[in-house]
Design a protein around this ligand. Structure first.
Ligand code: ASP
Ligand code: MG
Length: 424
């Protein structure tokens, strides 16, 4: 008898019909001989609506009361879903985060999980009944309700799957899983059967909308197999598992496995010229940028041969963070001793993700050849064991995605069906 945790996002329970459809799936899973624990998000846009309501009564909502307010969204959906499941003949019991035993620290609005004690959930399972848990919320040591941050229900689901040692944590949304590229710019994008946790983290960090990063990190730490799938179909979704489990899909040879392409046009590039080429120069620059609150992705430093003693440092960061970073650098100009700051917000980052790339030089060569053939100029490059990223002109990104997709034989025979899905 398997133990399955099923998490349903807001789009799956947007209205009464959605709740009934989801209830049917839960009961079917139970009838097939599984033990089932459900984690549910707030219905549709409820959380956004509650945030708007708070903003309508005050410009400075208090953090503690904000969590009381937002946790209400999931209380509604958990109660209705438990009723709908019970109505189909299998007793179901709804639990708030506190009742279910999800303990957090005291950071309202962005609480971290400190422990999961699913005692009551265990009792429900023992009776062969169904537990429905409100996602996104927990209780802190003051006995106050806390929330885990936007999209936090994924993390709730993984946390209970880990604590209950579930066989799988199924994450349901309105898309069929993860594709090899964004189908809006690459019509031949293909469905991915399985990814490792590491690849998923890289894809999510480089522009592919999949899951909450935190949920994937949690799953990796506790080795919880995830199955990302649609609640609107019965298709297999994408499995996210550890490397040895993933080899079941790929065979166990040593060929590099190219999983997919991510792209991100929300980054900008800053270049700092004529930085003194001496120990500590980079440390000072990145300390200033870090103090300005910027999260840096790629960094390239180069000392031109015709300019000994002077380095050029370029790095990428999210567009909304440029202003503050540049301001902070300018302010520290004297201490840092550079000549010029050049901003470029017309860049995009293309990343090829797959296992075993560094040990296969052919992968990098093929990647660059594909871009060269399309006449696409490469600006910056960074590589890791499972990723090659390049900075390009933002305008080149769609074509670059298509040519790289083709070069690595990722093209599907049929055009991808583009759903209007949100992935939530
Ligand atoms: N309802 C919360 C949100 O919209 C949590 C979640 O959906 O995961 O952010
Ligand atoms: Mg939501």
């Amino acid at each position: 008898m398997a133990l399955i945790v099923q998490k349903f996002g807001g789009s799956s329970v947007a209205d009464a019909d959605g709740i009934k459809r989801v209830a049917r799936r839960i009961v079917d899973t139970h009838k097939a001989g599984n033990r089932v624990v459900v984690v549910v998000s707030a219905m549709g846009d409820t959380t956004d609506d509650l945030i708007d309501l708070a903003a309508a009564v005050t410009t400075e909502p208090t953090a503690r009361e904000m969590d009381v307010l937002l946790s209400a969204g999931e209380r509604i959906s958990m109660a209705l879903l438990a009723m709908a499941v019970t109505d189909l003949g299998v007793p179901a019991h709804a639990f708030t985060g506190q009742q279910a035993g999800l303990h957090t620290d005291t950071v309202y609005g962005a609480a971290s999980i400190v422990g999961v004690v699913p005692e009551r959930i265990g009792r429900v399972l023992k009776n062969n009944e169904i537990a429905i848990i409100a996602g996104f919320q927990g209780v802190n040591r003051h006995n106050d309700v806390t929330t885990l941050g936007r999209g936090g229900s994924d993390t709730t689901a993984v946390a209970f799957a880990a604590a209950l040692r579930a066989d799988v944590c199924e994450i349901y949304s309105d898309v069929d899983g993860v594709l090899t590229a964004d189908p809006r710019i690459c019509k031949s994008a293909r469905h991915i059967a399985a990814l490792t946790y590491e690849e998923t983290l890289e894809m999510a960090a480089h522009g592919t909308k999949i899951l909450h990063l935190r949920a994937v990190e949690y799953a990796r730490r506790f080795d919880v197999p995830l199955h990302v799938r649609s609640s609107f179909s019965n298709k297999e979704g994408t499995w996210i598992v550890n490397e040895s489990t993933r080899s079941r899909w790929d065979g166990d040879n040593e060929a590099p496995i190219i999983s997919g392409i991510s792209h991100d046009t929300s980054q900008a590039k800053i270049t700092v010229t004529r930085v003194p080429d001496e120990p500590g120069a980079a440390a000072r620059i990145f300390q200033v940028v870090a103090d300005a609150g910027s999260s840096i992705d790629m960094i390239v430093q180069n000392v031109p041969v015709n300019q000994p003693g002077q380095a050029t440092i370029s790095f990428t960061l999210p567009v909304p963070e440029i202003k503050r970073a540049v301001f902070a650098l300018e302010r520290a100009r004297e201490e840092l001793g550079f000549a010029e700051i050049i901003k470029d917000d017309g860049v995009g980052i293309l990343s090829l993700i797959g296992t075993g790339m560094r040990s296969h030089p052919g992968v990098t060569a093929k990647f660059f050849a594909a871009l060269a053939e399309a006449g696409i100029n490469i600006d910056m490059i960074s590589t890791s064991e499972i990723r090659i990223s390049t900075v390009l002109a933002a305008a080149d990104v769609p074509e670059a995605v298509r040519v790289v997709h083709k070069a690595f034989d990722l093209d599907a025979e049929d055009e991808a069906i583009v759903y209007g899905g949100t992935g939530r």
